[in-house]
Design a protein around this ligand. Structure first.
Ligand SMILES: [Zn+2]
Length: 420
C-alpha cells in the first residue's frame, strides 16, 4: 500500500513535455562506449526523439527533418553521474587551513547566507556540472532550508539547465549536526542546515519532514560527534526511509562509523576515509556502495588537507582488492581560481588513476554503477533505446586513457544540446 502521494509520474510527464520541444536528432558517434562491458563500438548512430533514445546501431537512418550531429571524430558516452554533491554550498576558503576552517566556513554559510543565495549558488553549480558532462547528481544536503528542492524543481520545470538531481533535503544528524564546538546558549545554530534527531521518534519525524519537503534520498551523519548513531538508530532511519521509497546515504569517516552504517543497512557510505580492509569487506558482504569522495591531490591541497589525498588513494587500492561496490562521488564545496564546480568534480578521477583503476572501471563508477545506487538505472546511465538522452562526447579514447573524460566537448541533456 502506498502511504504517500507519488508525484514522480507527473514530474516525468512535465520533463518529457519540455524535452518534446527539442528537435529529433541523429548523432553520428565515432566510438560509442558500453560502460558495463567496458568496450566501444565504432561508427554508431543514436536517434533521439522527444528527449528519449529511440534507436542505436550501425545503420540507423536520419528521419526527414532530423538534425544530424556529427561526432564521428569523438567518443560518445552516457552522461556522467556524481553521487555526492553539495550544489547549494560554495565556501570561500582563505588559503586552505584544513578541516577546522571548513567547519567554520560551513557554520558561517548557515548563519550568514539566505536560502535565496544558497539556491542561486545551486543554479550556478548545476550549470557548471552539466557543462563538464555531469547529467545526474545525488545532492547530499547542506542546502540551507531546502534550497536543493527548489533547485531540483526549477531544473525539472525547464527554468534553467542542470543535471537531474536526487536531493537529500536537510541532513539528519544527532544534536549539533556537523558543527563542532557549538556553545550551549545556541545549540540551534546547526539548524536548518541540519535536522537534529536523537530519539527514534525524532528520527522517523525527520525522515517524514524531509520527504514531505521534497527529498528523494535521505542523508544521515553517523560519526561527526562524540555520540555516534547506533546500529539500531540507523535501522530505524533506513526502515522509515524505505517506507517512503527512498534510500539512505550515510556520512561515515571512521572505522566505527563505517561498521555501524554497514550493519544498519544503508545504501551507501560516504567517505570511509580510514576504513579498514575488514570494514570494506563488511560493506561488500552487505551490498553497500562506497562513495569515497576521493579528493584529487590539488583539491586536497586547496582545502589544506593534503594528507587526505594519500589516505584516499591508499583506501581506493584496498577497496579495489576487496571488490566493494563503488559509485563516483566528489564532495567539492570550494572554489579554485580558473576552475568550475564541474572541472573540479571531474578532476576526482585522478585519484582512481593513481590507485591503479582501469579507465573502464572509472567510467562504470560514473555511469551504470552510480545509476544503480542513485536509483535511476531504469532511465539513465546507459545509451540504449528507451533511456533518457543524456549523452556526452570526448576527444580521443577514454577507454585507453581516462584523462579524456576531463575534455567533454559535447553535452546533451534529455535530448537538448547543452554544449557542442
Ligand atoms: Zn559531503
Amino acid at each position: 500500500m502506498k502511504r504517500h502521494l507519488d508525484l514522480r509520474p507527473a514530474l516525468l510527464l512535465l520533463a518529457v513535455g519540455f524535452a518534446a520541444q527539442a528537435q529529433t536528432v541523429l548523432i553520428r558517434a565515432g566510438r560509442l562506449v558500453d560502460p558495463d562491458k567496458g568496450t566501444a563500438s565504432t561508427a554508431q548512430q543514436i536517434l533521439v526523439e522527444n528527449g528519449v533514445i529511440k534507436a542505436v546501431g550501425a545503420n540507423v537512418a536520419a528521419p526527414a527533418g532530423a538534425q544530424v550531429v556529427d561526432l564521428s571524430d569523438r567518443t560518445v558516452l552516457p552522461g556522467f553521474m556524481d553521487a555526492h554533491t553539495h550544489l547549494c554550498m560554495t565556501f570561500v576558503t582563505q588559503g586552505g587551513h584544513g578541516l577546522h576552517e571548513l567547519i567554520q566556513r560551513s557554520l558561517a554559510a548557515t548563519v550568514l547566507e539566505t536560502t535565496t543565495r544558497r539556491a542561486l549558488i545551486g543554479v550556478k553549480n548545476a550549470r557548471d556540472m552539466l557543462e563538464s558532462g555531469f547529467t545526474t547528481v545525488r545532492d547530499v544536503g547542506n542546502a540551507g532550508n531546502y534550497a536543493d528542492t527548489e533547485l531540483r524543481k526549477g531544473i525539472e520545470e525547464g527554468m534553467f539547465p542542470g543535471p537531474t538531481i536526487i536531493n537529500a533535503g536537510r541532513i539528519i544528524t544527532p544534536l549539533g549536526g556537523q558543527f563542532h564546538g557549538l556553545q550551549p546558549e545556541r545549540p540551534d545554530l546547526g539548524e536548518p542546515e541540519y535536522l537534529y534527531a536523537d530519539t527514534p521518534d525524532q528520527m522517523r519525524e525527520a525522515v517524514r519532514k524531509n520527504v514531505l519537503f521534497g527529498a528523494k534520498v535521505i542523508k544521515i551523519v553517523i560519526d561527526d560527534q562524540p555520540y555516534l548513531y547506533s546500529v539500531e538508530d540507523v535501522k530505524t532511519l533506513v526502515t522509515e526511509s524505505a517506507r517512503a521509497g527512498v534510500k539512505v546515504a550515510a556520512h561515515a569517516a571512521t572505522e566505527a562509523g563505517v561498521r555501524v552504517a554497514a550493519e544498519g543497512g544503508v545504501a551507501s557510505i560516504e567517505h570511509a576515509y580510514t576504513a579498514s580492509t575488514e570494514a570494506l569487506q563488511l560493506m561488500k558482504k552487505k551490498g553497500v556502495y562506497l562513495v569515497g569522495t576521493d579528493f584529487s591531490r590539488s583539491s586536497a591541497e586547496a582545502m589544506g588537507m593534503a594528507d587526505y589525498h594519500q589516505k584516499v588513494v591508499e583506501r581506493l587500492k584496498r577497496a579495489r582488492a576487496v571488490g566493494v561496490l563503488q559509485a563516483y562521488g566528489t564532495d567539492i564545496i570550494f572554489p579554485v581560481q580558473g576552475e568550475t564546480r564541474g572541472t573540479l568534480s571531474i578532476e576526482g578521477i585522478t585519484s582512481f588513476q593513481e590507485a591503479g583503476y582501469t579507465p573502464a572501471e572509472i567510467i562504470r563508477f560514473m555511469t551504470t554503477s552510480a545509476a544503480k545506487l542513485i536509483g535511476v538505472d531504469g532511465q539513465r546511465g546507459a545509451i540504449r533505446p528507451g533511456m533518457a538522452a543524456d549523452i556526452v562526447a570526448v576527444p580521443g579514447d577514454p577507454l585507453a586513457d581516462a584523462s579524456a573524460l576531463r575534455k567533454v566537448s559535447f553535452v546533451m541533456k534529455d535530448g537538448k544540446i547543452i554544449k557542442r
